[in-house]
Design a protein around this ligand. Structure first.
Ligand code: NAD
Length: 460
């Protein structure tokens, strides 16, 4: 039987990063992955291919609608969907290969197959060449999968999850998206830009649950202007396929006819056939593996990180946990600051946030001051032709410490990094206001929002 210091089950952003960090710290590491490519959902069928399509579809939309404003004539703009898809596939393939290279560089043993824990310290790799391996430590990093919805049977064709919606063979005529969360909006925007009519049906009376209400209200108006139709406060109860048509049933309404459906009502932990029952690893009511602050499960020697445990289902959260878990296993200090995990929605404009929302601060009775500044008054945003949106900073009334930053606007996903560092370092709004921000850049909107907390913006 082969022996390792650490076996990681799953090679997504949590698992592969944990494996690399543990190898850097001198451990003999193995990683088990059942898919042919490394990188997990994020790389293969999630964050990366969706961003490739978001960039491509946005360029297509701009070429059709706004290049002329820049004085650029392009004639008739046409869509070559197979090439767009091939570019996306090439980006994914290149990045997956990159992880193979990182595994080789760090001397991580890769096992192909499904990992199942048979006893503490023992894992069976089920695949073409089944084998049993032993390890002092096991990290479960098996990620998540699309949440099913009763009455809506995914067939991978007319009724799709995000995986199939990344590779529709043609632009749908009418796409109904169930769920106005991050997945529904990002992929809804892709197909809307490429020409589909898109209707988003959402159970709640708002989109993007959990994000700052004021920012989300602005986002919804913008998406509506872009052509997305929202049906809020409606619960989908079923969907039936009839030939090339699908009828989506909503409570108290006529069925909605369309040609494709994207089911995006959340994700659930991937713990099927992992052997959790055999070894008695505890899970909570939502099927998430229970861990302590060191990512230790209820069974010694077995750890879990990423989407299979509680917290936001985000690749970078899983990466941080993977690093912390590996460092703790090596006897070092590993820690994740959950107050400083950013969230980004890669629509146009992008939406990004870190820390507390206004709703959360109000509910907690925390006194705060608010500073807000629009991209409209920023020179670089004007040059870019993306002037919608704002940066909003929430700072503690007495200490001025930054409690939350919420952005809707161009490159918000990149801009939020400054706010993450500020929160990580316990910065005040005054710290940002007094830091020099290059001119002309979008980042100046962050500085002005910080100045706005104290009512002293320069450019408004
Ligand atoms: P979500 O939880 O963000 O949103 C699902 C939505 O579906 C909710 O608004 C919910 O109210 C709605 N819903 C549930 N049942 C419904 C019903 N019967 N009828 C109508 N609406 C219903 O889930 P998601 O968008 O599927 O994303 C899953 C996870 O993946 C999230 O944790 C998300 O953070 C993560 N993710 C993140 C990114 C990113 O960071 N850019 C991108 C993709 C996915």
């Amino acid at each position: 039987m082969k022996q390792h210091d650490l076996v990681v089950i799953g090679a997504g952003p949590g698992g592969y990063v944990a494996a690399i960090r543990a190898a850097q710290l001198g451990m003999n590491v193995a990683c088990i992955e059942k898919e042919g490519a490394l990188g997990g959902t994020c790389l293969r069928v999630g964050c990366i291919p969706s961003k490739a399509l978001l960039e491509a579809s946005e360029l297509f939309r701009q070429a059709k609608t706004s290049f002329s404003e820049f004085g650029i004539g392009v004639g008739e703009v046409s869509l070559d969907l197979p090439t767009m898809q091939k570019r996306k596939d090439n980006i994914v393939a290149g990045l997956c290969k990159g992880i193979e290279g990182l595994f080789r560089k760090n001397k991580i043993t890769r096992y192909f197959g499904h990992g199942r824990i048979v006893a503490p310290g023992q894992v069976v790799v089920e695949g073409d060449q089944p084998e049993e391996i032993s390890a002092r430590h096991i990290i479960i990093a098996t990620g998540s999968k699309s949440s099913p919805l009763r009455g809506v049977a995914v067939d991978g064709d007319r009724i799709a999850t995000s995986t199939e919606a990344l590779s529709f063979p043609e632009v749908p005529e009418h796409l109904v998206v169930i769920g106005a969360g991050v997945i529904g909006l990002e992929l809804g925007c892709v197909w809307s830009r490429l020409g589909a009519k898109v209707t988003v049906v959402e159970y709640l009376d708002r989109i993007l649950p959990g994000m700052d209400g004021e920012i989300v209200a602005e986002a919804q108006k913008t998406f509506q202007k872009q052509g997305l139709e929202f049906r809020l406060g409606r619960r989908v109860t079923g969907a039936r396929v009839e030939g090339k048509q699908v009828f989506v049933e909503c409570e108290g309404e006529q069925p909605l006819a369309c040609d494709r459906v994207l089911l995006a009502v959340g994700r659930i932990p991937n713990t099927d056939n992992l052997g959790l029952d055999t070894v008695n690893v505890g899970v909570d009511q939502r099927g998430r593996i229970i861990v302590d602050e060191h990512y230790a499960t209820t069974i010694p020697g077995i750890y879990a990180i990423g989407d299979v445990i509680a917290g936001p289902m985000l690749a970078h959260k899983a990466e941080e946990e993977g690093i912390a878990c590996a460092e703790l296993l090596a006897g070092k200090y590993g820690h994740v600051n959950y107050d400083a995990i950013p969230g980004v929605v890669y629509t146009e404009p992008e939406i990004a946030s870190v820390g507390k929302t206004e709703e959360e601060l109000k509910a907690a009775g925390m006194p705060y001051r608010k500073g807000s500044f629009p991209f409209m008054a920023n020179a670089r945003a004007k040059a870019l032709g993306h002037t919608g949106g704002r940066v909003k900073i929430l700072a503690h009334t007495e200490t001025d410490r930054i409690l939350g930053v919420h952005i809707i606007g161009p490159r918000a996903g990149d801009m939020i990094a400054e706010a993450v560092v500020a929160i990580e370092f316990g910065a005040t709004s005054e710290d940002i206001a007094r830091s020099s921000h290059a001119h002309p850049t979008l980042a100046e909107v962050m500085k002005e929002a910080a100045l706005a907390v104290d009512g002293r913006t320069i450019h408004m």
